[in-house]
Design a protein around this ligand. Structure first.
Ligand SMILES: Cc1ncc(COP(=O)(O)O)c(C=O)c1O
Length: 357
């Protein structure tokens, strides 16, 4: 099989062990003689998968007992609406660090009083705003911890005087997180924890039940807590692959171990970008993401962009084109992206530099 160095931003590279384990279950699930996509989600075999997946989340992220872990449909994009629907009564505050954050804010504005406390739109979101004030009377403060398109990241758990809500779609499980500092964490699975089709929500139970609006059944977190994420038919295969992905993460030492590797991979690539005369990074150095590394051709070298893209493609690099709103290049170094892929990209950049010196 042809092997690609997959730097796609999501869907993206997943661990081979998770793919192999899922293929086995596609053929014969838990000795049932049926594929995992053909068994009833009310069967005891499926119940065991749900329980194991939840237990892996709890163990890997050290999720306290007063939090529920939900697996829902609709992607992170539906959470942009569900969060304000369930939590916004008087006022919500948002940090606008990219288009995903902006989209989240838009949904909140549609439902009530939502304010933007700071934005980095003035510099194409290439930094994380600092020194902003979080209104103490807000029901919650919403952040996007990793800005997939621009390669910026809030790499620590911020102190927040109100309920902190975080979209962690593209950095969940990439670094240790103190879950107790958050009221709610959500994201689409399709970067670090599985394929598209399932959305994770980690929610502190006491934040619910405080809004007066009517909550449509499917958009009410309580429905899914009560139904143990099976109020309606769950996306069984996506959840199964998620379980296999988390099993792999546990087997290699968990979040703490992968964080070390992620920091190492990102440093290798950023060091090369800073050294190589043909490329420059786009994000402010202190805010650089360890998941999505964004760079462009150096000033005066812009004409080489397409040539480098072809050059890299010929050497097996896939998915390094930057998002259409920023251009240039983006290498996504998610958990399952091996160090060898980063080394291959660096070697390609060095070879290209030699050619154009
Ligand atoms: C940070 C972030 N939030 C939200 C989304 C949207 O996720 P979904 O496609 O699951 O709705 C993405 C998608 O890439 C993302 O990177």
């Amino acid at each position: 099989m042809k092997k690609a160095y997959n730097f796609n931003a999501g869907p993206c590279v997943l661990p081979q062990a998770a793919i192999d384990g899922s293929i086995d279950a596609l053929k014969d699930f838990a000795g049932t003689g049926m594929s995992v996509i053909c068994v009833s989600h009310r069967s005891k075999e499926w119940d065991a998968v749900m329980a194991e997946t939840r237990a892996l989340w709890r163990e890997l992220l050290h999720i306290p007992e007063n939090y529920e872990i939900l697996f829902l449909g609709g992607g992170a994009s539906l959470q942009f609406l569900m969060v304000p629907m369930n939590l916004l009564e008087n006022k919500a505050a948002y940090l606008e660090t990219g288009v995903w954050a902006k989209k989240a804010l838009k949904e909140a504005k549609g439902l009530g009083n939502a304010v933007c406390v700071a934005s980095s739109a003035d510099k194409v979101y290439n930094y994380i705003p600092k020194g902003y004030e979080i209104p103490k009377d807000a029901d919650y403060f919403h952040i996007t911890t990793n800005n997939t398109i621009y390669g910026t990241e809030i790499k620590h758990d911020i102190d927040c005087p109100v309920n902190l809500v975080a979209d962690m779609s593209s950095d969940i499980m990439s670094r240790p997180v103190d879950v107790s500092k958050y009221a709610l964490i959500y994201g689409g699975a399709q970067k670090n924890v599985g394929p598209a089709g399932v959305t994770f929500v980690i929610i502190r139970k006491d934040i619910l039940g405080k809004v007066t609006r009517y909550l449509p059944t499917m958009l009410n977190y309580q429905t899914h807590i009560d139904g143990e994420s099976m109020f309606n038919t769950p996306p069984v295969f996506s959840i199964y692959v998620m379980k296999e992905t988390l099993k792999w993460l546990k087997s290699i030492g968990g979040v703490e171990a992968i964080h070390k590797l992620n920091v190492e991979k990102a440093k290798m690539l950023y060091d090369e970008i800073d050294r190589n005369s043909l490329f420059v990074g786009t994000a402010e150095k202190e805010d650089r993401s360890i998941m999505n590394v964004c760079f462009v051709m150096a000033p005066g070298k812009e004409a080489l962009q397409d040539e480098f893209m072809e050059f890299a493609k010929a050497r097996g690099m896939v998915g390094i084109k930057g998002h259409r709103s920023v251009g240039g290049f983006r290498a996504s170094l998610y958990n399952a992206c091996p160090k060898e892929a980063v080394e291959a990209l660096i070697a390609t950049m060095q070879e290209f530099e030699k050619l154009h010196k």
